[in-house]
Ligand binder design. Sequence first.
Ligand code: SF4
Length: 354
Amino acid sequence: MKFKVDRSNLKRKGFKKINLPENIVTYSRNVFLPVTNVCRNDCKYCGFKRSVESTESYLMSESDARKILRDGAKAGCSEAMFALGEYPEENEIFRKKLAETGYETTVDYLCRLCEIAIEEALLPHTNAGILTYEELKKLKPYNASMGLMLETTAPVKRIKAHEFSPGKDPALRLSVLENAGKLKIPFTTGLLIGIGETKKDRIRSLKEIRRIHKKYGNIQEVILQNYTPQSTFSGCSGLKSPSKKEMIEVFKLAKKILPKNIQIQMPPNLIDINTLINMGVRDLGGVSPVTIDHINPESDWPEIASMEAELKSKNMILKERLPIYPEYVFKKMYGKKTESLIKELSDEYGYRSS
Ligand code: SF4
């Protein structure tokens, strides 16, 4: 894909840093691996979690993961997005299921799945909910980047949907961001909009992300995700999806508060591309030609070719990136086991090679 670039700033051996022109919109071509839908939390808006006793609960096997990864590699994907419920091993039945894999902890099993992803030439990006410093440290070598949605810094006692979710304590979530910063893990976080938080809460949340980024310099992107009801929701939350107008206001707030080197991302399966582009969004996040969005299963990804065509009609260009942003490729902040694959998959500017 040809585009004009500003090559005036920082250059490193082997990579050249560029500022993308305003008409470039980036995305990451990924596969989504929902490792387990068992979770210790019980968020009232969740359509993903299943009780461990339910016949619909699962723990993905190594062979199932490998099959998805192979399909992804064949479809030209570069990212393996591992997402799962939080600390499922707090449940005894799950612990037994996990033991059958030969691994004692979910994190150990995740390391193995990441290893398989790398073998299949995909770069892992893991989002496993709350993790300790030691757990993040264990996963780091196998990941190009990692993530955890902050969601909101509003206290749990005010966010009724989080009443039965110990992992949604904002202090705990911020501590994960801090620890990821200490470990220099390129990190994705974000806000979930429309779960009962106020404008003040959104501002505070964005300022907290900014504070952590200023301290550690590791937040690569912030997702602004609009709460979108799905018919499979486990509980009646009484929540209402935010309007496009509200999302535009949140985007403007984020633009004003966040440092320029944090990309603001909105998912194109939850808001139409036309609206996203007009409001100024320049990253669409992970889009999969192979798997569905398991968190929002009723919201289909747009076809990559149709996104490309729609952007072209607006004189814009869709550009593929890796799950790690170029700045962090230059800084070599990726996990050591992903290094040779990152070199293979990236171009001289740290984006996906064509
Ligand atoms: S939203 Fe995430 S943390 Fe909450 S219950 Fe669902 S899977 Fe668990």
